[in-house]
Design a protein around this ligand. Structure first.
Ligand SMILES: [Ca+2]
Ligand SMILES: [Ca+2]
Length: 701
């Protein structure tokens, strides 16, 4: 049993086994030993010596014979008669038992080894061995007085599918755990990653559609379901999403990003970012079989599924918080930890204090001159001062998290991962995490959340090259937050339209700008249509921009029917028609208002155009005009030139653009394929007239 630097870190805590309620029926648990007790006379230790001393006096002194002895015997009988009658007292010993096995199963040929984390009791093993010669126990490490056991397994090349049974012996008994291993499913239709042929659609599963009312309030979470409360669970689930795949196809999106589906613990964790079990689906949403069925149904429709990975933190109710598997499993403890808020103020870089949508100053993470003190809160602090921060610098924690991500990808055949709170995790971890995943899934896509308006910051986190710290994060791409801020500021905030060109000119900072994910809304910001200064026309312009600018667009559920809502959680309302008895059904044309149908049809049309025109997906982007009110650009391939005209003014306007030395050169005519702008080509000039507050697409030839 080799020890590593964490072995010394056990901190046994005396506990009475009778006080512990173990959950039953957990995955992979092979044998549940009932608690065993040994006989002991410890509590009566004082009685026998006292008895002999008194006996001497009783024989020699009448006072003791007549008074003291009867009183003593009466006291002993009164205080101890039940236990004396019961015989020897039961004292708990640490009989080994396993209550949880992580991961609960694995696949043959996926990795050469596996670190299994067992939870339970009395797991200070003296011997561990598995029933197959192809499985070798390399080492074990018991922690927390035997409440956890790490088991490092090595697999031989001839391992076959079945169930590995590993026996564990301790000084107090034996137990075992099972690890089913299976062949991998055919990989042809899986792990594809993504490209600009795809369009992401973000769904918060609790708020989209309720396909199974029986799971609305699981028995273990009484009082968690209440649709009238915006922070309670509302009943949406994985089956509800499966049932609405035809709707998503009809709309024209093909890649689903679901907010985390892992099991959460609190009444208000409908959003999924407070995990209590990283190897289970939250029972409000369904179960693993339901998740696999969703992935399979999507594959059949040539659609993709992205998992929301959160290696940065777990929920405050995760059992690890009370009893971490290693003392440095987290950065700090529940009692003593940093807050993730950076001590660095915006004034440090001469910037005004942020207004509007909040974001942490990740600039210090990208700054080669920053001190560790400026960075430490961000990467080691507990998010919002609440969410337990994983110590990703500990190699055992890193191994656990990498295996966990591999498990989800392999189990469901995922195409990619959306990666939560990316800057809050150490970059060395991301390098290892990506290396572990890409060794198996070279095409797997990862999109990081870097909530910053500054492209020098967002681009810093993208992989593909080493940064000043010598680290290549491995990240495929990021959500295009700088463009998000620009689109919102231009459309709702009245900023110059040229802000969009300004965001795009900084594409040079990214190794692959064509992989950026432009968006105008997600679950963390107010709905576009509800922002002050917005309008249904501006909402449609936002759709048209993210679906025609470069990159892989991401849309947010319900925006296609102009769902409204302010700050979180108001921006996460239930999709109308997702629940039996809803007054309105936005999933059906007949259930939409005329205004909603108009928007839905326009978004549908834009998505169809994107599929039909390669230039909108892969064409090179050229700015051809930009000022306070309008931004015009061309997407060009060898076969096609598309001119996109965005007029942010409420009034129609006419612009005259020279064609020379632009991709519009030699164009003789134009054909409108979307919107109402018109183009006249006179001489070597294009006279473009655009309606107020509009986006139009014209094909040039
Ligand atoms: Ca439900
Ligand atoms: Ca962190």
């Amino acid at each position: 049993m080799a020890a590593d630097k964490h072995a010394a870190a056990e901190f046994p805590r005396p506990r009475n086994i009778r006080d512990i309620a173990f959950p039953e029926g957990l995955n992979g648990v092979s044998r549940q030993n009932p608690p065993r007790y040994r006989a002991g006379w410890g509590e009566f230790g004082y009685v026998l010596p006292a008895f002999f001393i008194i006996l001497v006096f009783v024989i020699r002194v009448p006072f003791y014979r007549q008074i003291v002895a009867p009183v003593f015997l009466a006291v002993v009988l009164l205080t101890h008669s039940p236990r004396l009658l019961a015989g020897p007292q039961a004292v708990a010993i640490d009989v080994p038992r396993v209550t949880k096995v992580e991961p609960p199963n694995w696949w043959i040929g996926l990795t050469p080894d596996l670190m299994v984390l067992l939870s339970g009791h009395g797991l200070q093993v003296t011997k561990a061995a598995c029933n197959l010669p192809e499985v070798i126990v390399e080492r074990t490490q018991a922690t927390q007085g035997g409440d956890y056991l790490f088991v490092w397994l090595k697999f031989g090349p001839h391992l076959r599918s079945g169930t590995i049974v590993c026996h564990l012996a301790t000084n107090n008994g034996e137990t075992s755990f099972e690890l089913p291993v299976s062949n991998r499913e055919a990989t042809a239709q899986r792990f594809h990653g993504f490209s600009s042929d795809d369009v992401l659609y973000l769904i918060m599963p609790d708020r989209f559609a309720n396909g199974d009312p029986t799971n609305d309030e699981p028995a273990e979470f009484p009082g968690s379901h209440d649709r009238s409360k915006p922070r309670s669970w509302h009943g949406g689930d994985l089956r509800g999403i499966r049932e609405h795949i035809p709707y998503l196809k009809e709309l024209g999106v093909n890649t689903l990003w679901l907010t985390p589906v892992v099991k959460n613990g609190a009444e208000q964790d409908y959003h999924g970012y407070g995990a209590v079990d990283l190897y289970a689906v939250d029972p409000h949403l369904g179960n693993l079989e339901e998740y696999k069925a969703l992935a399979s149904d999507l594959r059949q429709q040539r659609m993709k599924l992205f998992f929301d990975a959160v290696p940065n933190h777990v929920g405050p109710r995760h059992p690890w918080v009370a009893e971490p598997p290693l003392p440095d499993w987290f950065h700090g403890t529940a009692r003593s930890h940093l807050d993730s808020s950076s001590p660095t103020r915006n004034s440090f870089y001469g910037k005004p204090a942020p207004t509007g949508i909040f974001n942490d100053p990740f600039g210090v993470l990208a700054d080669p001159h920053a001190t560790a003190a400026m960075r430490r809160n961000l990467t080691e602090g507990w998010l919002f001062g609440i969410l337990p921060d994983m110590n990703t610098e500990n190699p055992v924690v890193a191994k656990y998290l990498i295996q966990n991500s591999i498990w989800w990808v392999e189990m469901a055949g995922l195409d990619g991962l959306r990666v939560d709170t990316f800057p809050y995790v150490s970059r060395s971890f991301w390098q290892q995490w990506h290396a572990g995943l890409r060794r198996i899934y070279p095409n797997l896509a990862t999109i990081g959340e870097v909530f910053s308006p500054d492209p020098t910051v967002t681009s810093f986190f993208v992989g593909g090259r080493k940064q000043w710290d010598g680290i290549d994060s491995g990240l495929t791409t990021v959500f295009d937050y700088p463009l998000f801020f620009a689109i919102r500021d231009v459309l709702a905030g009245g900023a110059p339209a040229g802000r969009i060109a300004n965001a795009l000119r900084q594409d040079t900072l990214y190794p692959h700008p064509e992989r950026l994910a432009p968006f105008f809304a997600n679950h963390d910001v107010p709905r576009m249509v509800s922002e002050a200064g917005s309008s249904p026309e501006k909402l449609l312009c936002a759709f048209a921009l993210v679906l025609t600018l470069r990159g892989i667009p991401q849309l947010y559920y319900g925006d296609e029917i102009a769902m409204s809502g302010g700050n979180d959680p108001d921006n996460r309302r239930d999709f109308p028609g997702g629940w039996p008895g809803d007054a309105q059904n936005g999933f059906l044309e007949s259930g939409r208002t005329p205004e909603q149908q108009k928007l839905f049809s326009a978004v549908q049309r834009l998505l169809a155009l994107r599929r039909e025109h390669a230039a909108l997906r892969t064409g090179k982007l050229f700015h051809v005009f930009s000022d306070d009110d309008s931004y015009l650009f061309v997407r060009q391939t060898e076969d096609e030139r598309l001119l996109v005209v965005f007029n942010n003014s409420t009034k129609p306007r006419t612009m005259v653009l020279p064609q020379a030395n632009t991709p519009m050169e030699d164009a003789l005519r134009s054909t409108a394929i979307y919107g109402d702008a018109t183009v006249q080509i006179i001489g070597k000039e294009m006279r473009i007239t655009a309606p107020g507050q509009s986006v139009s697409i014209l094909s040039l030839d």
